[in-house]
Ligand binder design. Structure first.
Ligand code: DOR
Ligand code: ZN
Ligand code: ZN
Length: 417
């Protein structure tokens, strides 16, 4: 065996002091007495599956000054994220197989962690051809950053039936555009009024009523009513750290503007209860790196979105440490569930045959988030000063890529299949 790592391993639902044997990037054995060319003993530290962030906007190609695949994936590695799935709302939307191929050509060699690309759904998308090349599809039912939008039931129904034949999952920005109020908005309160919970509920209900057979994943669940509307749909629910941990009292003008909006405490509490009850299935950062210059424009003109790929998982580990959620929930929403929702068969668990993607956590190492110490190009975070636990090491297919928050190997991200 090339490499053997020892620690408190999250294995089949519990923490066990044991060793993981790794060969050619794969986990080939798990057991107490393994021997190999190299043994790394992490003592009491936790060895957890590397996180999968199934929702980032790296802006590459098109707006590389805001974030590119290199800085975005380094930011991911820093946070213990070993796989990211990148959204298709680039400056030029990625909605055909040819455009997916172009994007792959541009970004592949820049990746520090493994990645997959979403294909955007539009009336022009060659869905069946795209299916082999994408990690999933993305549908925008409400207008937000970029100009991908399809809110007509007939088209959505037809597209999702085609998606269903491919077996791929479709992630949905579920805000019913017909309910969103257009026109000027001057502050957080108006932003929330313009994009009310009813828009989320309506989008979810309409999708459920279609019964297309497609695997639907509802992104960034933001409201108590939206969460309730998920019952009985069979859809999976994705949530963000910002909707879980921030509410409308967090008012930093344009900086706090995001779609769907931050809402009142009541919604946050419902999300936290939902998370504990297993009704929120996957954590997605919705990493949307907008510049301070954009965010400091008049509220009306500031773009929506917040960075998150480099903070969401460490913040959630902070919640484990503070006993708001348990470790099982953390592992489920950061790795197990995203792997199963997007069919990433080699990812998401510490098991023989899986890719050796791991994060090493020292639960005693609580730190304060400081935007100056982040790898992302985005120079701000809504979580400045918050408690978080960063991994002491991130391991991608057996190679330590980040150690003590420093880059520890050459770049070797690959596309997931
Ligand atoms: O606030 C948002 N920003 N919501 C989205 O759905 C898109 C994202 C972005 O790409 O900026
Ligand atoms: Zn969205
Ligand atoms: Zn998004």
């Amino acid at each position: 065996m090339d490499l053997v790592i020892e620690g408190r391993v999250y294995f089949r639902g519990s923490l066990t002091r044991t060793r993981i044997g790794i060969e050619d990037g794969k986990i080939t054995a798990i057991g107490r007495n393994l021997r190999g060319d190299e043994l790394v003993d992490h003592g009491d530290r936790l060895l957890l599956p590397g996180a999968i962030d199934p929702h980032v906007h790296f802006r590459d190609p098109g707006q590389e000054a805001k974030e590119d695949f290199s800085t975005g994936t380094l930011a991911a590695a820093h946070a213990g994220v070993t796989t990211i799935l990148d959204m298709p709302n680039n400056l030029r939307p990625v909605i055909t197989s040819a455009q997916v191929a172009d994007k792959r050509e541009t970004v592949s060699s820049r990746a520090w962690v493994d990645f997959g690309l979403f294909g955007g759904l539009s009336r022009f998308s060659d869905i069946e051809r795209m299916a082999d090349d994408v990690a999933g599809f993305k549908l925008y039912m409400g207008s937000t950053t970029g100009n991908l939008l399809e809110n007509d039931d007939r088209w959505i129904d037809a597209m999702l039936r085609r998606v269903a034949t491919t077996g791929r999952t479709v992630s949905v920005h579920a805000e019913d555009d017909a309910i969103l109020a257009k026109g000027p908005e001057l502050d957080m309160e108006e932003h929330e009024l313009h994009r009310p919970p009813e828009a989320e509920v309506s989008a979810i209900r309409r999708l459920a009523a279609m019964g297309t057979g497609a695997r639907v994943n509802i992104c960034h669940l933001s409201s108590a009513e939206g969460l309730a509307a998920m019952d009985g749909t069979g859809f999976t629910a994705e949530f963000t750290a910002h909707h879980l941990m921030l509410d409308s009292r967090f008012d930093r003008k344009g900086y706090s503007k995001v779609n769907p909006p931050l809402r009142t405490m009541r919604h946050r509490e419902a999300l936290m209860d939902g998370l504990k009850a297993g009704k929120l299935h996957i954590l997605g950062s919705d990493h949307a790196p907008h510049t301070p210059a954009e965010k400091e424009k008049r509220f009306d003109e500031a773009p929506s979105g917040m960075p998150g790929v480099e903070t969401s998982v460490p913040l959630l580990m902070g919640l484990v440490k503070h006993e708001f959620i348990d470790l099982h929930t953390f592992v489920a929403v950061t790795s197990l569930n995203p792997a199963s929702v997007f069919g990433l068969r080699n990812k998401g668990a510490i098991e023989v045959g899986m890719d050796a993607d791991l994060m090493v956590i020292d639960p005693k190492r609580m730190a304060r988030i400081d935007a100056k110490h982040l790898y992302s190009k985005c120079p701000w975070t809504p979580f400045e000063g918050w408690d978080a636990i960063y991994p002491v090491a991130t391991i991608l297919r057996g190679t330590m890529i980040m150690e003590d928050e420093n880059v520890a190997s050459a770049r070797q991200g690959q596309e997931v299949h």
